[in-house]
Ligand binder design. Structure first.
Ligand SMILES: [Zn+2]
Length: 321
């Protein structure tokens, strides 16, 4: 029987209150229910510790987003608007409060990790975050949860080299924008090529600007790319870059919409490749960060495939070898 390390799952039933308007919208509460049900019934269940998130403070969110953006978002939610910025970005009255709870999950995880109370943390949250820029909601995202977590880790614990690895099928334009000129956080994204995929950024020549030049690595994959190209990209491009960066901390933008059955992308990944991603990340963590990794959920829109992929990913990440 394989054995697995303890995984802390930061989640809250309040995440289900972010109402995106019914079954026509892909970013649904059912996504989280499917993940949590699957984890509770599977081989990892005995090693899971559920932790409620502490909401992010306004101050923590303001490290990433500007005040005007927060005021516009608050007004849109509390005045009963159905979307913010673009009709994709559906909101309800509760979205304002839930967004702080979503951004707070990473912070909750970081405090546990820094107190040596957790090694592996998975934030099962919504709304997702990696498309949100400092002043722009996009792609179902309002607060950039990963960026809020990274800024908190830098500021509160003075961490200098934070690796952000994003394996969502889509490029995390928001994360890239926020850390574009930053040499203390490296953004690595593997995604479907921007010619074919939302949001149209993440070309391989985008590699950071100013002091941040060389601290962004985009690895676009052609439509139809499967597990073999994922493993090749990890081996040839991503793992060497991670080694060179020598991270102190690892934050994963964990999106699962590259799965073959998920039509939000043209990528063709199997469920199993998420386990291999988990194992690869665990190896980096063993080498560089005392085995500590914070993962934050992004996309993945077919609940059954999402749940199976998350479980397989966490299995690879936590497997004791
Ligand atoms: Zn995505």
């Amino acid at each position: 029987m394989p054995s697995f390390k303890t995984i802390h799952i930061v989640t809250s039933p309040d995440y289900l209150l972010h109402d995106t308007g019914g079954r026509d919208h892909p970013e649904q509460p059912e996504r989280l229910k499917a993940i949590l049900d699957k984890l509770d019934q599977g081989p990892l269940a005995s090693g899971l510790v559920k932790v409620p998130p502490v909401p992010a403070s306004r101050e923590a969110v303001l490290e990433v987003h500007d005040d005007d953006y927060l005021l516009r978002f608050e007004d849109a939610c509390l005045s009963g608007r159905e979307y913010f910025g673009h009709t994709d970005n559906r909101i309800c009255y509760d979205t304002w409060r839930v967004a702080f709870l979503s951004a707070g999950a990473g912070i909750t995880g970081i405090d546990l990790i820094e107190a040596d109370k957790a090694e592996l943390v998975f934030c099962a949250i919504r709304p997702p975050g990696h498309h949100a820029e400092a002043g722009l909601p996009l792609g179902f995202c309002f607060f950039n949860n990963v960026a809020v977590a990274v800024r908190y880790w830098q500021k509160k614990y003075n961490r200098k080299r934070i690796l952000i690895f994003d394996f969502d099928a889509h490029h995390g334009n928001g994360i890239q924008e926020i850390f574009d000129e930053d040499a203390t956080a490296m953004y690595v994204s593997m995604h479907e090529h921007p010619t074919f995929s939302f949001p149209g950024t993440g070309w391989d020549y985008e590699n950071g600007t100013g002091a941040g030049q060389g601290f962004t690595l985009n690895v676009p994959l052609p439509p139809g790319a499967g597990d073999d190209l994922v493993m090749q990209a990890l081996e040839e491009k991503i793992t060497p870059a991670v080694k060179e960066f020598n991270p102190e901390c690892i934050v994963i933008a964990a999106g699962f919409d590259a799965h073959a059955v998920d039509d939000m992308s043209g990528l063709d990944w199997s469920t199993l490749v998420y386990g291999r991603l988990g194992t690869t990340i665990a190896n980096w963590a063993d080498q560089f960060t005392r085995a500590r990794v914070l993962s934050i959920l992004e996309g993945g829109y077919v609940p059954e495939a999402l749940a199976a992929s998350v479980e397989t990913y966490l299995g690879g990440l936590s497997l004791v070898v």
